[in-house]
Design a protein around this ligand. Structure first.
Ligand SMILES: Cc1ncc(COP(=O)(O)O)c(C=O)c1O
Length: 388
């Protein structure tokens, strides 16, 4: 049993989950059932469940845990992080509305806005949300959502969550924050004034490259109900098995994040000192342009690093192809260390001019630092750098 005044490590293990009332099973058994038999017409929903699109015990356990860890009133879990972002947009935007989105964000967020929502008469401005003044200047009378991603994928640009939330609160505009890169263990947007927190649980919550999933935590009942309505109406739900696996991953979230972040710092320092590396970015480095903001609004810097090498794109690609312990793959946040080339992989749908404008260069190599020994990860990077 957990109470909300307990520490994060206790809550990540116990919050939201009750032993099975029938068997005492410590893990919520996987409730693989479409429907739930009702005792009588008058006692419809007496046990809380009717049909698995509307609610499922495994998914509810994860939703309760996400809400408690982020400090919100409730949460909805989705089949992917993208469906979490989609449900947030669908709940808050109508034809004729305008939304502000961080100019650096996961490529799928940009794709959803420019290729789907634009067809339904919603306008977007992709704004440098690192500048609170730029966000304020971009607000129009019909602005109904500000969506920031911080640190942003892949450049790690940070948004001042409290600063932007103060501006949006004054105008009555919901501020949604994609907190995928830091999780509530390191960064708690609702405490900084945001209204909605979005996650791709695919990343650190799962942490084991086993699932894709998403979550949205709301500050108010009204926001939660609007998002839950879209979830049920559109059927964008998480499956019981994915919820079960994500709950298992979440129990070790803080331990993994601390170790993966320590690895990231060691790797970033190694790269910074390497003569062939031209640029390296990690929010925990003193050289990171927003190091002070990162330090102020989060309790850790995360496990994402990027760098560029001498020799540009060709050399960057050669390094990615020469790595042996690091896997060339899309995803991040897992115990396995991954290397990604955003321009051809995660951000391929962002037009070249837009990528250049926001600093997603052709030579950018993105690292998601895993749980292996830092020495082995550095040795692999070192041998790959020797080859260029
Ligand atoms: C910051 C961020 N938000 C959202 C998503 C989308 O999540 P999913 O792949 O689970 O749909 C991603 C995916 O990489 C991401 O990096």
């Amino acid at each position: 049993m957990s109470t909300s005044n307990q520490g994060f490590a206790t809550l990540q293990v116990h919050a939201g989950v009750e032993p099975d009332p029938v068997t005492g099973a410590i893990l919520t058994p996987i409730h693989q059932s479409t429907t739930y038999i009702q005792e009588s017409v008058d006692k419809y929903l007496a046990k809380g469940y009717s049909y698995s699109r509307s609610a499922n015990p495994n998914v509810r356990a994860l939703e309760r845990k996400l809400a408690i860890l982020e400090g919100g009133v409730d949460a909805c879990a989705f089949g992917t992080g993208m469906s979490a972002i989609n449900a947030t947009m669908m709940a808050l935007l109508n034809a004729g509305d305008h939304a502000i989105v961080s100019d650096v964000a996961y490529g799928g967020t940009y794709r959803l806005a420019t290729k789907i929502y634009s067809r339904f008469g919603v306008e977007f401005s992709f704004v440098d949300t690192a500048s609170t003044a730029a966000v304020e200047a971009a607000i129009r009378p019909n602005t109904k959502l500000v969506l920031s991603e911080t640190p942003a994928n892949p450049t790690l640009k940070c948004t001042d969550i409290a600063g932007v939330s103060e501006v949006t609160a004054r105008r009555g505009i919901p501020h949604a924050v994609d907190n995928t890169f830091l999780t509530p263990y390191y960064q708690r947007p609702l405490e900084l004034g945001a209204d909605v927190v979005i996650h791709s649980t695919t990343k650190y919550f799962d942490g084991h490259n086993a699932t894709v999933g998403g979550g949205v935590v709301s500050r108010t009942e009204a926001l939660h109900e609007a998002i839950a309505f879209v979830q049920n109406a559109t059927g964008s739900i998480m499956s019981p098995q994915v919820a079960w696996l994500t709950l298992q991953g979440t129990k070790t979230l803080s331990v993994r994040m601390d170790q993966q972040s320590a690895n990231a710092l060691a790797i970033a320092r190694f790269l910074e000192a390497h003569p062939k590396v031209e640029k390296v970015a990690y929010p925990g480095l003193d050289s990171f342009p927003q190091h002070e903001l990162a330090k102020r609004q989060a309790t850790g810097y995360g496990a994402m690093v990027w760098f560029e090498v001498q020799g540009g794109v060709a050399a960057g690609k050669a390094i990615m192809d020469s790595l042996a312990l690091w896997s060339l793959a899309e995803n991040l946040g897992s115990v396995e260390s991954l290397v990604t080339h955003p321009v051809t992989m995660t951000h391929a749908d962002v037009e070249e001019a837009e990528r250049k404008r926001v600093g997603i260069t052709d030579g950018l190599v993105r690292l998601s630092c895993g749980l292996e020994d830092a020495g082995d990860l550095i040795a692999d990077l070192s041998q790959a750098l020797e080859k260029v």
